[in-house]
Ligand binder design. Structure first.
Ligand SMILES: Cc1cc2nc3c(=O)[nH]c(=O)nc-3n(C[C@H](O)[C@H](O)[C@H](O)COP(=O)(O)O)c2cc1C
Length: 258
């Protein structure tokens, strides 16, 4: 038996995003286990500084699908929005006499903002892995952040919270190909970061571009996927000002420069 035969490893090596679900529901027991698994994820400084909002209201699901411009957001039987959450900790600190107005209060600092986002992502990924292990399919939803202000309003997110990502879960109604990944040597280094001339890009990139070009994306089945280098070049010139985190984080009471 090799590591590859291990069921957990197989689940992880076979994971892919699922964007079409059957109408079959996910029972409450399974849902509770998935939630418990997410809570079991590591948490920096044991802050437990994330929350997840399960969206069951059909009208609200529709609004989120509009924000994400992805109809499957409304169609998945289970839908969560994971939230970086120092609000609860601010309330807890208050029980020990520490107020948010206190000059040394730091749950609103950039450091804790990052920490809570990290924790939320780890929890979400644990839930995704658990769902995959049960034969369910998932897709992570960054598209909910297309309009962060609207999302914050819809979910009534209080001070010191910030939406991180959505997770849609359901019984798969599609079986997409595994999406190619870079050669391992392009992402795993030993002891230090390689000099640009040792990056290997000249050798692996043409091959990888070709592999990606042959990948069949069920979302756009009518056209081939663009070469990886072209996808990256487009993102490298994307206008990201509308996506800037700073103003909305400030709205939520976080001071990212502190
Ligand atoms: C942070 C993050 C945000 C993502 N947001 C979306 C999304 O909004 N909609 C979507 O369909 N897929 C989304 N994805 C899924 C990625 O497109 C997908 O993981 C990637 O193309 C690799 O494909 P695979 O998951 O099938 O291996 C997201 C993934 C991550 C990690």
């Amino acid at each position: 038996m090799t590591a590859r035969d291990n069921p957990t490893i197989r689940t992880l090596l076979e994971r892919r995003s699922i964007r079409r679900f059957t109408t079959e529901d996910i029972d409450d027991d399974t849902r509770r286990v998935l939630e418990e698994v997410a809570q079991r994820a590591p948490s920096s400084q044991y802050l437990n500084d994330w929350s997840a909002i399960r969206i069951t209201d059909p009208a609200l699901r529709g609004r989120l699908a509009d924000i994400g411009r992805q109809p499957y957001i409304a169609e998945a039987p289970l839908l969560y929005v994971f939230v970086a959450d120092e609000h609860r900790n601010a309330l807890i600190a208050r029980t020990r006499g520490v107020e948010a107005g206190n000059p040394s209060f730091s749950l609103d600092a950039g450091y804790h903002f990052t920490q809570s986002q990290n924790d939320a992502v780890l929890a979400l990924h644990a839930m995704e892995t658990a769902a995959n292990a049960l034969g369910l399919g998932c897709v992570v939803l960054g598209s909910l952040l297309n309009d962060v202000n609207a999302l914050i309003d819809l979910l009534r997110l209080p001070e010191f919270t910030y939406p991180v990502l959505g997770l849609a879960i359901g019984h798969p109604d599609q079986s997409p190909m595994l999406k190619p990944r870079l050669p391992r040597s392009a992402q795993f280094f030993i002891n230090d970061y390689p000099a640009d001339e040792d990056s290997g890009i000249g050798e692996y990139l043409p091959v990888f571009d070709d592999v990606v070009h042959r990948y069949y994306d069920l979302r756009h089945a009518d056209r081939p996927v663009e070469a990886f280098s072209m996808q990256i070049a487009k993102v490298a010139t994307e206008d990201v000002h509308a996506k800037a985190v700073l103003p909305t984080a400030e709205r939520q009471g976080f001071h990212l420069d502190s």
